[in-house]
Design a protein around this ligand. Structure first.
Ligand code: ADP
Ligand code: MG
Length: 228
């Protein structure tokens, strides 16, 4: 089943007073199947982050629409868009974006608390174990390695049991080994939690474990392959 669909998406950033504009995305139509691992690759500036933000409800396209589980997310009002995004989509960033004043555990349950939900401690414990950070539960983020911080960010993304996980260069700040571990964990999350995973990277080596590899160039999809 298609879980996320972008239809004829364009994103234009106006610059200056003349009609010069940056076309970050140009008429892109792309959809994603449930429980798949998808990689988006492309050079810096090719539109990867723009596409991911639009897919995730964070940045309204200039043209086109995005359907999440059949719902047109940009036709919702801001409040409903925020709630849908918060509950159905987990984001992972290159620089982890953990809250420095909160412990690992507090960071992980934060999205639930923001959504006025109480966490299931057993599920959070399962996540900590799944990610190999159970002994870091009460640690502060700045005492962790980059790889460990990214694991916390993955746990935080999974806390809400989202349908989709979007990761923008999640290994961009990690050494090779930690980066590979993070990718393996995301792949395992697909199997264990039936997540649909979309990873932006410019690391070509990630592409051989993905169900699908999409290549962007100058705001357009120039290749879309299913290597497995
Ligand atoms: P990537 O993630 O592949 O490096 P981006 O999606 O960040 O690419 O950017 C695509 C293009 O859009 C680039 O030319 C970039 O400079 C431009 N761009 C991105 N965000 C903005 C913005 N907020 N304002 C103006 N131009 C932007
Ligand atoms: Mg980017």
């Amino acid at each position: 089943m298609k879980i996320l669909e972008a239809e004829h998406i364009s994103k234009t950033y106006p610059i200056g007073k003349n009609f010069d504009a940056i076309h970050a995305l140009e008429d892109t139509t792309i959809s994603f199947e449930e429980e798949t691992m998808n990689i988006i690759i492309g050079r810096s500036g090719s539109g990867k982050s723009t596409l991911l933000h639009i897919l995730g409800g964070l940045d309204e396209p200039s043209r086109g629409k995005v359907l999440l589980e059949g719902k047109d997310i940009y036709s919702l009002n801001d409040k409903n868009n925020t709630i849908l995004r918060r509950r159905r989509i987990g984001f992972i960033y290159q620089f982890y974006n953990l809250i420095p004043d909160l412990t690992v555990y507090e960071n992980i349950v934060l999205p639930l608390h923001i959504d006025h939900q109480k966490e299931d401690p057993q599920y959070i414990q399962e996540l900590l174990e799944f990610l190999g950070i159970e002994d870091k539960k009460d640690a502060m983020p700045d005492t962790l390695s980059g790889g460990q911080q990214q694991r916390v960010a993955i746990a935080r993304a999974l806390a809400m049991k989202p349908a989709i996980i979007l990761a923008d260069e999640p290994t961009g700040n990690l050494d090779k080994k930690s980066g590979e571990e993070v990718i393996t964990l995301l792949l395992n999350a697909k199997h264990k939690y039936h997540s649909t995973i979309i990873i932006v990277t410019h690391d070509q080596s990630v592409s051989n474990i993905a169900d699908r590899v999409i290549t962007l160039e100058d705001g357009k999809v120039i290749s879309d392959t299913h290597p497995l």
